[in-house]
Design a protein around this ligand. Structure first.
Ligand code: SF4
Ligand code: SF4
Length: 125
């Protein structure tokens, strides 16, 4: 599965809230797949990924909030020790996100300006 880096965070904090019904349904399926099959190989990419595919903010293959999400992606790449073009199992990626982001000050630094931050901060995983 192709994922942009910061979606390693969003998938773990997802509680059924999304931009619209299509996006939410699609994201629910992805989250369930990864929960069932944690060994799924994740290809880290730059640009639009599996989640963006159903997003109302993806226009002609680019995120409408490109600058903001690219900044988050760069911070997550650094925090998780991954690189675009690399691959690792979902379980490993998710564990790194918990240890290096959610359990540290990096969570607020990376996600603090996101509209979903309050919800994600209060969501236990
Ligand atoms: S705060 Fe935003 S970027 Fe961070 S995990 Fe939640 S939805 Fe994703
Ligand atoms: S298009 Fe942008 S807002 Fe939509 S899922 Fe992708 S990164 Fe997030």
């Amino acid at each position: 599965m192709r994922l942009r880096p910061h979606h390693a965070l969003c998938i773990q904090k997802f509680t059924g809230h999304g931009y619209d019904d299509r996006f939410t349904e699609h994201m629910t399926e992805i989250c369930e797949t990864l929960r069932k099959f944690p060994e799924t190989q994740i290809n880290i990419i730059s640009g639009c990924d599996e989640l963006c595919a159903a997003c109302p903010h993806a226009h002609t293959g680019k995120c409408a909030a490109l600058e903001k999400v690219e900044t988050m992606d760069a911070q997550v790449v650094k925090a998780l020790g991954v690189r675009p073009g690399g691959a690792l199992p979902w379980a490993e990626l998710a564990a790194r996100a918990r240890k290096n982001v959610f359990e540290t000050d990096a969570f607020k630094e990376i996600c603090g300006s996101c509209e979903w931050f309050d919800l994600c901060r209060d969501t236990k995983i």
